[in-house]
Design a binder for this molecule. Sequence first.
Ligand code: AMP
Ligand code: MG
Length: 332
Amino acid sequence: MKRIAALAVVFTLLCCCAPADSPLPTASFFAMNTTMSIQLDGDEALLRGAENVVCSLERKLSVTDPSSELFAINSRGEGEVSPDTAELLKFALDICEKTDGALDISIYPVLRAWGFTTDGDYRVPDGDELADLLALVDYTKVDVSEGTVTLAEGMQLDLGAVGKGFAGDRVVEYLRENGVKSALLNLGGNVQALGSKPNGSPWTVAVADPLNGGYLGTLEVSDRAVVTSGGYERRFELDGATYHHIIDPSDGRPAASGLVSVTVVAEDGVLCDALSTAFFVMGLDRASEYWRAHGGFEAIFLTDDGGLYVTSGLEGSFTAQGSYGAALTVIR
Ligand code: AMP
Ligand code: MG
């Protein structure tokens, strides 16, 4: 079978600072399988501490590191976990339920069959194989109580949809506790702003345009996470077809909901991360309904026919780029 290397787009969002600002202490490092950068207005030593926050979470949550808590649970079907891992699992399971299983952290057996966890060993599983694997996917059979996680037989978890958002929240918390009032994180495309820029104006975050290159537009944010999910971030091509890494748990295949990318904006990075992945599976109509029913976040949707949709709370902070201005629809 012909195999073509995955195309990984590390930064889905770029951060733009006004040129007049003096450069802030910045650190770049590789963690959670992606490039991360942190800039802050404060003591440079805190950059190292922030990196440690991410790396210590990665050691617990990695699905491939044999010494991680998640790896132990996946190998044995049960295990004790730290308060961090328990908190993230409980949060993720809540969103799995609220999204009717569009987010399902037990998708790992299916994801692995497609080769999305094994560094490029991509393949297209047939219908029978997917049916067998989907029998193992059911977030309602994950039990997290008193620091112990128990899975149903054969089940395995993956926290790739929520880990970076959770890490962003923890870094912001760490920096706040250490007196930082202004910082910007880019954890592999998960952008998170602590406060505003040192000069008091909001941070400007550009949202990538995967259809045409460049940007869909820019967002002005303070104390907000901006998280994008899109099939373009990780994918492979085989026999002329393209397959990406966000799986629809209803059929075990890459989600084909008509969306190219979803960006979620909220105070909590982990909420943004969970919802952007789920919405990519759910599609524009179901995601819009979710926004109306739950609130607490805003979103930007790009459809595969070039439509740009923005929830009403972003009117005023989102500026569409070029021709997207005329094509913009506000969701109310
Ligand atoms: P994100 O980049 O946050 O949208 O997360 C994508 C990652 O989440 C994938 O690389 C998988 O590790 C995992 N994933 C894929 N599909 C799902 C799904 N339906 N529910 C939960 N996790 C998923
Ligand atoms: Mg996500």
